[in-house]
Design a protein around this ligand. Structure first.
Ligand SMILES: Nc1ncnc2c1ncn2[C@@H]1O[C@H](COP(=O)(O)OP(=O)(O)O)[C@@H](O)[C@H]1O
Ligand SMILES: [Mg+2]
Length: 216
């Protein structure tokens, strides 16, 4: 059972290159200027601890092609990575004002969609994920999830092709579709329209939308 929560838990989600880290930096600066106590968790924890390193191995293809590997097994690596931080997250929720996640459970839901054959299998998978992470493992549920919706063309231009996922543009396109379906169906998800035609709105224009949605 989750301990008392003082902080607001806000999650940033979106495909690679959708501007999550950029907007988190804007938010961090904005809140710090206002004297708000801010804490950031970034998942997966690349290169860190036991499970962050296993996620890296997964992305490098050490368990097999990551875009094809069993959705449930793949999820467990990311879930375990978050669980390793559970105490730190709970402490932050008790002590800070704002706890922000750069990717969280929603990244599993969207990324693993690609490997599941049908809508029905995806629904079953999402139920399993929800039960495992939030109920069985007791990771905290977000208050709000911001989904950064960008035109595929714009994201394609800025991703750098660093890992197995980023190189596979078709995979990325399907992840984007999955994100959009989730964002439309879950009540705590808010869509931040970050595109303009095939390009992006400016960083400042997008941050105005973030502030509006977060009511700050
Ligand atoms: N609104 C924007 N317009 C143009 N480029 C952007 C915008 N927001 C972010 N970028 C750039 O796009 C790249 C990816 O942004 P980033 O915030 O790292 O995305 P993510 O964390 O979602 O992968 C960075 O080089 C960043 O400077
Ligand atoms: Mg980032």
């Amino acid at each position: 059972m989750e301990k008392t929560r003082k902080a607001k838990l806000v999650v940033f989600e979106g495909i690679d290159g959708s501007g999550k880290s950029t907007q988190i930096k804007y938010l961090e600066n904005y809140l710090k200027e206002k004297g708000v106590n801010f804490c950031l968790f970034k998942f997966p924890r690349h290169g860190r601890e036991r499970f962050g390193k296993l996620v890296d191995a997964y992305l490098k293809g050490e368990f097999g092609d990551p875009t094809r590997l069993n959705a449930y097994f793949s999820s467990l690596l990311y879930t375990a990575d978050r669980f390793e931080e559970k105490t730190a997250i709970e402490d932050a929720l008790r002590e800070r004002d704002w706890v922000v996640m750069d990717r969280y459970v929603g990244s599993n839901l969207a990324h693993q969609r690609v490997k599941l054959k049908s809508e029905a299998q995806w629904k079953e998978y999402m139920k399993w994920m929800d039960d495992l992470e939030y109920k069985k493992l007791g990771l905290p549920r977000p208050d709000v999830v911001l989904y950064f919706k960008v035109p595929f063309e714009a994201a394609k231009k800025i991703i750098r092709g660093e890992d197995g996922h980023e190189r596979n543009l078709n995979y990325l396109r399907r992840v984007k579709e999955a994100y959009e379906a989730i964002a439309k169906s879950k009540k705590e998800w808010q869509i931040i329209e970050s595109g303009k035609g095939h390009g992006m709105l400016s960083r400042e224009e997008i941050f105005e939308k973030v502030k509006q949605v977060l009511n700050i």
